[in-house]
Write a protein that binds this ligand. Structure first.
Ligand SMILES: Cc1ncc(COP(=O)(O)O)c(C=O)c1O
Length: 372
């Protein structure tokens, strides 16, 4: 069975982590210690941001960034094609989500869609942009400039975009802060974990406070300055993050090789996919293959499974505004027809840093007989 998830740790790396776990337990600093700090330093260096603040999840990273940028009571644009967590963070930070549609080419919005959203909502305060599947929109630099011009804050949900780069800039370092996820399925993991990247010293200081129940600086005693939460990462998770980060580029290279090996088959069959060649580097967290038939995606998934291939989750088969939870939470209905039309009609083949050449041969064969 070819599976969509692969924990990329060698036996030696696992032994190293076990030893480190023992060391951490013996010395007793379980949180906010040297590995948390080292992981943050290495991550900020990797992304190119001045600061990085590690957390328990990407969801809390998003919520903190939203609070720090003044979301309370304000309208925030967000793609409907995202994980529920992105929108939930806006609501929990006191904001009002305004859903944006996407393009069928890239599964993310573009500048035109953002302009339309601002036209409809002149009181928009900010944008949470999502690099879906690791795809940075080709016009993202213009989007960044437009947000500056219109005084909109722009936060990047980079949960899928570790290592993604366009025109020399890494995801998470384009605008007013990035939020990364290290959930087990992501291209690098800490089991559970998240990271904020920012160039703002003030935001970095406050983010460290928010993750630690509002305690500022080295004051871990009784004073609470901010309405924070218990959103710290553990030392062992931070150490796993250091190990994963040290091999991130090589893991991304393997994913790209697997995608490159699959593309000729898709081209031959005339099957459309989301192309990331406009980027310097893509994470290929999800390689998005679109299909033209009316067949239900679950029926396609079952056919793949019957042929030994477990497809990964899509990004996303159900756009956020159609999730059951939004039947209870009122939102303003926009034209989201491209997302509604295309989201249910794509698949993501099981591509990981552990994908072999033989896996690609088998995936290509099943695509040929299932999707053409
Ligand atoms: C786009 C996106 N944003 C945010 C999140 C939330 O990440 P976490 O589980 O680390 O909170 C996810 C998780 O899958 C995601 O896919």
């Amino acid at each position: 069975m070819i599976k969509p998830f692969y924990l990329d740790l060698t036996e030696n790396e696992i032994l190293d982590i076990q030893n480190k776990f023992g060391e951490i337990l013996r010395n007793g600093t379980l949180i906010l210690g040297e590995y948390t700090e080292a992981f943050e330093n290495e991550f900020s260096k990797y992304v190119g941001s001045n600061y990085a603040v590690s957390l328990n999840t990407c969801t809390s990273a998003l919520e903190i960034l939203l609070v720090l940028n003044g979301t309370q009571g304000k309208k925030i644009a967000v793609p409907t094609n995202t994980n529920f967590a992105t929108v939930a963070a806006i609501i929990r930070a006191g904001g009002i989500p305004i859903f944006m549609d996407m393009t069928s080419d890239y599964f993310v919005p573009n500048l035109e869609i953002l302009k339309y959203t601002l036209d409809q909502h002149r009181d928009l305060k900010g944008v949470v942009w999502v690099h879906i599947g690791g795809v940075i929109a080709p016009d993202f630099e213009e989007i960044v400039e437009y947000c500056k011009l219109k005084d909109l804050f722009l936060i990047e949900d980079a949960a899928h975009a570790h290592g993604c780069q366009m025109k020399g800039t890494k995801a998470g370092n384009f605008a007013n802060g990035g939020a990364f996820s290290f959930f087990p399925t992501k291209v690098m993991t800490t089991m559970e974990g998240g990271m904020i990247t920012t160039d703002s010293e003030e935001h970095a200081i406050l983010a460290r406070s928010y993750r630690n129940q509002g305690k500022r600086g080295g004051d871990y005693g009784g004073l609470h300055y901010d309405l924070g939460n218990s959103w710290r990462i553990s030392e062992i998770a931070a150490y796993i993050g250091l190990v994963q980060l040290s091999k991130l580029d090589s893991m991304l290279h393997k994913r790209q090789q697997a995608v490159n090996a699959l593309i000729p088959t898709l081209n031959e069959l005339g099957i459309d996919y989301v192309d990331t060649r406009h980027m310097d580097k893509a994470s290929n967290y999800k390689f998005i293959i679109k299909y033209a038939s009316d067949e239900d995606v679950n029926s396609i998934k079952m056919k793949f499974k019957a042929n030994g291939i477990v497809l990964g989750g899509g990004v996303y088969e159900v756009p956020c505004h159609l999730q059951p939870v939004f039947s209870q939470i009122p939102y303003q209905k926009e034209d989201l027809s491209t997302a509604e039309g295309y989201c249910p009609k794509h698949i993501c083949p099981p591509i990981t840093s552990g994908t072999t050449e033989q896996d690609i041969v088998e995936i290509a064969q099943v695509i040929s007989k299932t999707l053409k």
